[in-house]
Design a protein around this ligand. Structure first.
Ligand SMILES: [Fe+2]
Length: 371
């Protein structure tokens, strides 16, 4: 597998090359991204690992040029500036993964291994297609009466291999469909709610950033992504009139809205593969002080997934306009999150959440919080 490493920081890419070469990967390094792109156009690379911030051009520009030439290339972004804007922009532009410097080598190598497995599957599928073509040719020769036992034996062997490859392919596709289904369900819920357009996507992004900061591995991050998308799935069972009511809810209506949590849990409970996302649904309205719903769990009794989702979900609600109230500014919302640390929110999660925004290079709204 051929890997291109682009970074103006020579010691950093040399370290990466030293880590990857013993694994049998063939690495080529470029300090100048333009030279890297030009080499990419002349030679096939499976993966491009690029720094985010370089003097000549930034990682997003590199990513766009690489994908314009070959959209199937896996691009991994490295950055010393791991704020949410960079992460979201990279993912929106098709980066496969995003790593903060100094690099967690284990997670980085896990990602490379995962790409290697995916590419092996793709190559296997291509091989199967070639062999299927061979079978068609064999069938043609059977009808013309030019085959013998040796050829028939070969035919059986090829057929058996193809069935096995086909099953692997189906498994791969079924995972893809599973993810697409969840994304579709999330969009379906959001489409019914006039006032929270983009809510699920933003909450998912916030949760992903917190989980990344917590050092969760790639597999867990995939679970985080899907669980976050599903957190409000139970709203599918709430009437449009309540969901889109242009004035504040009555107590009775609020009680009905609250049922979206258990509707969601009951929808997915017992469904194979969906079980693992239930805590995001069940616990995203639990409060650290035990005054949340549906169960009133307190402190660390609330699964970590719920404690993270609660901060992300509430922050997005605060910063979204409703017909009966204006959105808080980002700064005022940060201040509100800070104020509710230890009551509504887990202080550890609040600290992580606020520190991520404090580190942003553009922070007009955050300046408001500092005042
Ligand atoms: Fe909710």
């Amino acid at each position: 597998m051929e890997i291109m490493l682009i970074d103006d920081d020579l010691p950093c890419i040399n370290n990466l090359k030293d880590a990857l070469d013993p694994g049998g990967y063939k690495c080529t390094i470029f300090q100048d991204p333009r030279e890297g792109i030009s080499a990419f156009k002349k030679h096939d690379f499976d993966i491009v690992v690029t720094d985010f911030k370089m003097p000549e051009m930034n990682g997003i520009e590199v990513l766009k040029e690489i994908h314009e030439y070959n959209p199937n290339t896996y691009v991994i972004m490295l950055t010393g500036y791991a704020d949410i804007e960079n992460a979201i922009e990279s993912v929106n532009n098709g980066a496969y993964a995003f790593f903060r410097k100094p690099l967690n080598f284990k997670e980085f190598m896990d990602t490379i291994s995962r790409i290697y497995i995916e590419l092996s599957h793709i190559k296997e599928i291509n091989r199967t297609i070639q062999e299927m073509r061979g079978i068609i040719n064999f069938k043609d020769s059977l009808s013309s009466g030019t085959n013998d036992n040796k050829n028939i034996h070969h035919f059986n062997k090829v057929l058996k291999n193809n069935i096995s490859a086909l099953l692997d392919d189906m498994q791969l596709q079924s995972n893809e469909y599973f993810i697409k289904n969840i994304e579709f369900m999330a969009k379906a819920v959001e489409a019914r709610d006039n006032y929270t357009s983009g809510h699920v996507g933003r909450v998912t992004a916030y949760i992903m950033v917190i989980a990344t900061k917590l050092g969760w591995n790639q597999k867990k991050l995939e679970q985080v992504y899907l669980g976050s998308l599903l957190h409000d799935i139970g709203k599918i069972g709430i009437s449009d009139t309540i969901l889109n009511k242009p004035s504040p809810l009555t107590d009775e209506e609020f009680e009905l809205i609250k049922t979206h949590v258990m509707i969601g849990v009951n929808m997915l409970k017992g469904m194979p593969r969906y079980d693992e996302f239930i805590e995001y649904i069940r616990c995203h309205h639990e409060r650290y002080d035990g005054k949340g719903y549906p169960t009133g769990l307190k402190g660390k009794e609330i699964p970590i997934e719920g404690r993270i989702a609660c901060v992300a979900d509430s922050f997005d609600s605060m910063t979204t306009d409703r017909p009966y109230r204006n959105a808080l500014s980002m700064g005022a919302a940060f201040a509100e999150v800070a104020r509710c640390s230890g009551t509504q929110f887990d202080p550890e999660i609040v600290e992580i959440f606020l520190s991520m925004f404090q580190s942003r290079s553009i922070g007009v709204e955050f300046m408001e919080l500092k005042k």
